[in-house]
Design a protein around this ligand. Sequence first.
Ligand SMILES: Cc1cc2nc3c(=O)[nH]c(=O)nc-3n(C[C@H](O)[C@H](O)[C@H](O)COP(=O)(O)OP(=O)(O)OC[C@H]3O[C@@H](n4cnc5c(N)ncnc54)[C@H](O)[C@@H]3O)c2cc1C
Length: 165
Amino acid sequence: MFQEMRRNKQQLSKEECMDILREGTSGVLSLAGDEEYPYGVPLSYVADGDKLYFHCAKSGHKLDAIRSNPKASFCVIAQDHIVPEEYTSYFRSVIIFGTIRILEEEKEKRTAIEKLAVKYAPKDTKENRENFIRMEWEPLCMLEMSMDHVSGKEAIELVRARKES
Ligand SMILES: Cc1cc2nc3c(=O)[nH]c(=O)nc-3n(C[C@H](O)[C@H](O)[C@H](O)COP(=O)(O)OP(=O)(O)OC[C@H]3O[C@@H](n4cnc5c(N)ncnc54)[C@H](O)[C@@H]3O)c2cc1C
């Protein structure tokens, strides 16, 4: 059902995709928006196993879209190195297709926000992290996205450079 990459020499391995997801700090979540306009919204995230987690407010365009259609894709750009003399970008990126679930249970919501907090403030103390989570808890909504299909691609020039090294 998911499309194969046409230029498959440029395809990244699953491990490389996971490394990009681990190291990335934001991506664009694409949803079926209003009146058939796709809605691409930038978000922070954390990857854990075969899931992605996001935090957001309890209302808004994004949540409306998820409630009416939980199928989504998420794109993370790891590198966009412009090479003007070649009129190109030495890029690396990952795209995930999956389904989003709004976390309703307190325990799973808590586990997810902790993962996100540790990713973005790894040096913070447990106490301070817990304080922040407590302060933000009421308006907080947590989302879990399954990774039904993951692909990564890099510029052909990066493939060639790898072969030469
Ligand atoms: C790098 C980055 C990381 C972010 N991380 C998070 C995060 O982890 N959690 C989070 O909740 N939000 C994050 N944001 C903000 C996020 O992009 C949205 O603005 C926010 O989530 C509200 O989305 P919504 O659909 O509920 O907004 P709504 O206010 O309901 O959206 C209504 C309309 O406002 C416009 N709009 C909304 N957001 C944006 C935007 N970012 N840029 C331009 N127009 C916009 C769109 O036209 C949209 O249809 C991040 C933004 C950036 C750039």
